[in-house]
Write a protein that binds this ligand. Structure first.
Ligand SMILES: *Cc1c(COP(=O)(O)O)cnc(C)c1O
Length: 369
C-alpha cells in the first residue's frame, strides 16, 4: 500500500488541451519538456494529442528520443541543442530542430547531408528575451544561411519562431514590442525568399490572453496541465496533478512543544501532531516551512516547523486524525499548486516540475487509468 503518491489525471490534460484548442484557429504544440512539467512526458504527450494537439515541444534531443521510443510519431520540435548533439539521429527520427546561429545551422545541415535527407528546422529570432535566438542584427545572416542550405537540400525551413519575456503579464508593453520585432523578422525572411510554414511565438499566457500573437501555432505548456500562468485567472483550466500522503504517526503533545529541526514552531495549545512521509527530497519546498498547508481530516492544516528531507509535521489541533488517514498536499481543489507556490515564494511551474522522487509512485488515471 502506498504511503505517498502522485496521481496524474490524463483525461484532465486532454480536456485542458481541447479547451485551449477550441480557443484558437492556430495549431497547438503541447510542451512536454521537463518530463511533462513533472506529469510524465509520454502520458502527457498522448493525452495532449488526444485533446487535439498536433505538435509536441521539448528542450533536449533526449526528451525527443523518449517520445519517439514510446512510439509517438507526431511532429516534435526540440529547441535546446548544441555542439555535440546527435543531429543525425534527430534527422533520422524526424525531430524538428531549432537554429539560432549560423554555426549551429551549419552543423545541422552537415549532419543532414550525412543522413541524406533535409533537416526540418525552425529559425529562432530573439525578439527581446535575450536568451535563445538570433538578434535582429544577426537575423539576416541566419536566414541567408538557411536559404543556402535549403537550396542544397540539406535543410527545410519549417518554422520561424520566438519566445516572450512575460509569461505572466500578457498585456505588458514589452509583448507588443516583441510582436513588432517578430513581424519585422518575418518580413526580412520573406525578402530573402524564406517563407516558413509555421510562425509561432505564443506560450500559455499568450495562448490564453493574446489572440493577436497566435500566428500559425501556439506553444502552451503550463496550461495543458491545468495551471494558469496569470495570477488570479483560471480560464476554466483544471489541474491534473494531485499529491497525497498517508499519516504515518500521530501524537498528542502539550502546549509549548517545539517542533522539528531548529525548533522553528511551537504549539500554542495541547494538540495532535501528524507526521507525513514527504519532504524536500520528494519536492516539498523547504522554503514552505511553517507556510505550506495540507488538507487533512476535512480541513486545511499548516505545516508545523521545517520541511525535512523526508517528512513534514502537521498541526491538527483536536481533530481525530489517525495513522492511515490521507492528507492532500495539493490537487484540483484545495490546497492548490498555487497555494504551495505562494507559501514557498515561487511560481506554480517550479512546484510541479520539482515534485516527485523515485520513492513516490506516479499513478495515472483517466485515459490510461
Ligand atoms: C517552456 C516553453 C514554452 C511553454 O511555456 P508555458 O509558459 O509553460 O506555456 C513555450 N515555448 C518555449 C520556447 C518554452 O521554453
Amino acid at each position: 500500500m502506498w504511503q505517498a503518491e502522485m496521481r496524474i489525471d490524463t483525461a484532465t490534460i486532454r480536456d485542458n488541451v481541447a479547451g485551449l484548442r477550441a480557443g484558437t484557429p492556430a495549431a497547438l504544440m503541447a510542451v512536454v519538456k521537463a518530463d511533462g512539467y513533472g506529469h510524465g512526458a509520454v502520458p502527457s504527450a498522448r493525452a495532449a494529442l488526444a485533446g487535439g494537439a498536433t505538435w509536441l515541444g521539448v528542450c533536449t534531443l533526449g526528451e525527443a528520443a523518449e517520445l519517439r521510443a514510446a512510439g509517438i510519431d507526431a511532429p516534435v520540435l526540440a529547441w535546446l541543442t548544441g555542439t555535440g548533439d546527435d543531429y543525425a539521429a534527430a534527422v533520422r527520427t524526424d525531430v524538428d530542430l531549432s537554429a539560432a546561429a549560423v554555426g549551429g545551422l551549419d552543423e545541422i545541415a552537415a549532419a543532414a547531408a550525412r543522413v541524406g535527407r533535409a533537416a526540418r528546422v525552425h529559425l529562432k529570432v530573439d525578439t527581446g528575451l535575450a536568451r535563445g535566438g538570433a538578434t535582429p542584427a544577426d537575423w539576416p545572416a541566419l536566414v541567408e544561411a538557411a536559404a543556402k542550405h535549403a537550396a542544397a537540400g540539406a535543410v527545410e525551413v519549417i518554422g520561424v519562431w520566438s519566445h516572450f519575456v512575460y509569461a505572466d503579464v500578457p498585456e505588458h508593453p514589452t509583448t507588443d514590442r516583441q510582436l513588432g520585432v517578430f513581424r519585422e523578422a518575418l518580413a526580412v525572411a520573406e525578402r530573402i525568399g524564406v517563407t516558413p510554414q509555421l510562425r509561432h511565438i505564443a506560450n500559455s499566457a499568450a495562448t490564453l490572453a493574446r489572440p493577436d500573437a497566435h500566428f500559425d501555432l501556439v506553444r502552451p505548456g503550463l496550461a495543458c496541465y491545468g495551471l494558469s500562468p496569470i495570477a488570479g485567472r483560471r480560464y476554466g483550466l483544471r489541474p491534473a496533478m494531485t499529491v497525497r500522503a498517508r499519516v504515518v504517526l500521530t501524537k498528542r503533545v502539550p502546549a509549548g512543544t517545539a517542533v522539528a529541526y531548529g525548533h522553528t514552531y511551537t504549539t500554542d495549545r495541547e494538540t495532535t501532531l501528524a507526521l507525513l512521509p514527504l519532504g524536500y527530497a520528494d519536492g516539498v519546498p523547504r522554503a514552505a516551512s511553517n507556510a505550506g498547508a495540507v488538507l487533512l481530516g476535512g480541513e486545511v492544516r499548516p505545516v508545523a516547523g521545517r520541511v525535512s528531507m523526508d517528512q513534514i509535521v502537521v498541526d491538527c489541533g483536536d481533530a481525530p486524525v489517525a495513522p492511515g488517514d490521507v492528507a492532500t498536499l495539493f490537487g484540483p481543489d484545495r490546497p492548490t499548486v498555487d497555494d504551495w507556490a505562494a507559501a514557498a515564494g515561487t511560481i506554480n511551474y517550479e512546484i510541479v516540475t520539482r515534485f516527485g522522487s523515485a520513492r513516490v509512485p506516479r499513478v495515472y488515471e483517466g485515459l490510461d487509468g
